[in-house]
Design a protein around this ligand. Structure first.
Ligand SMILES: NC(=O)c1ccc[n+]([C@@H]2O[C@H](COP(=O)([O-])OP(=O)(O)OC[C@H]3O[C@@H](n4cnc5c(N)ncnc54)[C@H](O)[C@@H]3O)[C@@H](O)[C@H]2O)c1
Length: 333
C-alpha cells in the first residue's frame, strides 16, 4: 500500500508516519509538508529512507501534488494551519491551507480519476461548544473561531465531493491531542516548558473550559483503523472520554513536575472560547476501535519527553512560550 501524508512534519502527522511504518505491508509513505508553523524536520529523523520520502511542497502546489497522487492508494490530509490564537489574529493563512488546500487535493484526486481513499483529519472544534451531552456525527456544525470555521469548510467540501463525484472520502473529527513532538506554543507543551522554567502559566478566563484529551498514538491508531474499516462517505468522531478543565490539566502537570500551583496566572479569556467540547465516538467504537493509553500515564510520559528533549523544543520556543515577555495589558495576575 502506498500512502501520501500531507502535513507529516507536524505533531500528529509525524507520530502517524513513525507508527504506521512499523507495518511491513506499507510499501511507501510520501510526506508532503511546506514546513510552516507547527512543523519540525526533527520530528522524523530515525526512519529508514527506503520506504519514506519527504517532499517540501504546499498542498496548493497542483503539479507536485499530482505527481505523487498518481501512485497513491491512500491520502491522509493532516496539513492545516492549527493554532486558534493565530487564526484570531489573521485568518488568511487558515483560509488558504484549510479550505483552498483541501479543495486542491480533492480537485487533483478527482482529475486523476483513479480510486484513492482520502482521509480528512478534522476536529471536534467544528461542532462548537456543548453544555451537556456529547456531539454525534449528525449534529450541526457551529464553529466559533476562524480555525474551526475553515476546518468545517474543508469537511463540507469532502462530504460534497463524495456525494457529487462518488469519491472515496472519510472525515475524522478528533478531540484535543497531546504527546511528544507537539509545537511548543500549544497548551500542554507551553505549560510544561513554563513550569520547567519556573515561569507563570497563563490560563484563559476562569480555567473552567473543558476539553477531552486523547493521547496522540490513540488518534493515530484510529486513523489507521479507519483506512481499512471506515465506510466511504462517512464521518467518524474520535474521542477517549478524558474530559478535563484547563485548570485540572495544568494542576496535574505541576503535580508531576513537583511545582507549586502559585505559578498559575489567570489571563483575559480568548474571544469565541467554547466552554466545553465533547464527542460521542460510539460509531467508531462499534467497529471495534478502542483507546489503548491511559490519560495519567500518557501525560507523565509526555512531560518526561519534554524534559528529555529540550534540544527539540528550545529552537522553536518563542519568548512568549518561555515566559520571557511581559504580561499583556488586561492580563490578571
Ligand atoms: N492537535 C490537535 O489536538 C488536533 C485535534 C483534532 C484534529 N487536529 C487536526 O489534525 C491535523 C494535524 O494537527 P497538528 O496538531 O499535527 O498540527 P501541526 O500544526 O502540528 O502540523 C500541521 C502541519 O501541516 C503543515 N502545513 C500547514 N499548511 C500546509 C500547506 N498549505 N501545505 C503543506 N503543509 C502544510 C505544517 O507545516 C505542519 O507540519 C490538523 O488538520 C488539525 O486540524 C488536531
Amino acid at each position: 500500500m502506498k500512502l501520501v501524508v500531507t502535513g507529516g512534519l507536524g505533531f500528529i502527522g509525524s507520530n502517524f508516519i513513525k507508527n504506521i511504518l512499523i507495518r511491513t505491508d506499507i510499501e511507501k509513505v510520501v510526506n508532503i509538508d511546506n514546513l510552516t508553523t507547527g512543523s519540525n524536520r526533527d520530528n522524523i529523523k530515525t526512519i529508514a529512507q527506503s520506504r519514506y520520502q519527504f517532499v517540501k511542497a504546499d498542498i496548493l502546489d497542483t503539479e507536485t501534488i499530482s505527481s505523487h497522487f498518481e501512485t497513491a492508494d491512500v491520502v491522509v490530509n493532516f496539513a492545516a494551519e492549527t493554532h486558534v490564537d493565530r487564526s484570531i489574529k489573521d485568518p488568511e493563512p487558515f483560509i488558504q491551507s484549510n479550505i483552498l488546500g483541501t479543495y486542491n487535493l480533492l480537485k487533483i484526486e478527482r482529475k486523476l480519476g483513479k480510486r484513492i481513499r482520502h482521509i480528512q483529519i478534522s476536529t471536534d472544534e467544528t461542532y462548537g461548544g456543548i453544555a451537556g451531552d456529547a456531539f454525534t456525527e449528525d449534529d450541526q456544525l457551529k464553529p466559533s473561531n476562524p480555525y474551526s470555521a475553515t476546518k468545517a469548510a474543508g469537511d463540507l467540501l469532502c462530504n460534497a465531493y463524495h456525494s457529487t463525484y462518488g469519491m472515496d472520502i472519510i472525515v475524522t473529527r478528533c478531540t484535543n491531542n497531546f504527546g511528544p513532538n507537539q509545537f511548543p506554543e500549544k497548551f500542554i507543551p507551553k505549560t510544561i516548558i513554563r513550569a520547567l522554567n519556573n515561569k507563570g502559566i497563563p490560563i484563559y478566563g476562569t480555567g473552567k473550559n473543558i476539553r477531552d484529551w486523547i493521547y496522540v498514538l490513540d488518534h493515530c491508531k484510529a486513523i489507521e483503523f479507519l483506512m481499512a474499516e471506515g465506510k466511504s462517505g462517512e464521518i467518524y468522531n474520535i474521542s477517549s472520554g478524558n474530559e478535563k478543565t484547563n485548570i485540572e490539566v495544568v494542576e496535574k502537570i505541576l503535580e508531576i513536575l513537583k511545582k507549586p500551583s502559585s505559578l498559575i496566572r489567570f489571563v483575559d479569556d480568548r474571544p469565541g472560547h467554547d466552554a466545553r467540547y465533547s464527542l460521542n465516538s460510539v460509531k467508531l467504537r462499534s467497529l471495534g476501535w478502542r483507546t489503548e493509553h491511559s490519560y495519567d500515564e500518557s501525560l507523565r510520559k509526555t512531560v518526561k519527553w519534554y524534559i528529555e528533549n529540550e534540544s527539540w523544543w528550545r529552537p522553536t520556543a518563542t519568548s512568549d512560550v518561555l515566559g520571557e515577555t511581559p504580561w499583556r495589558t488586561g492580563d490578571r495576575h
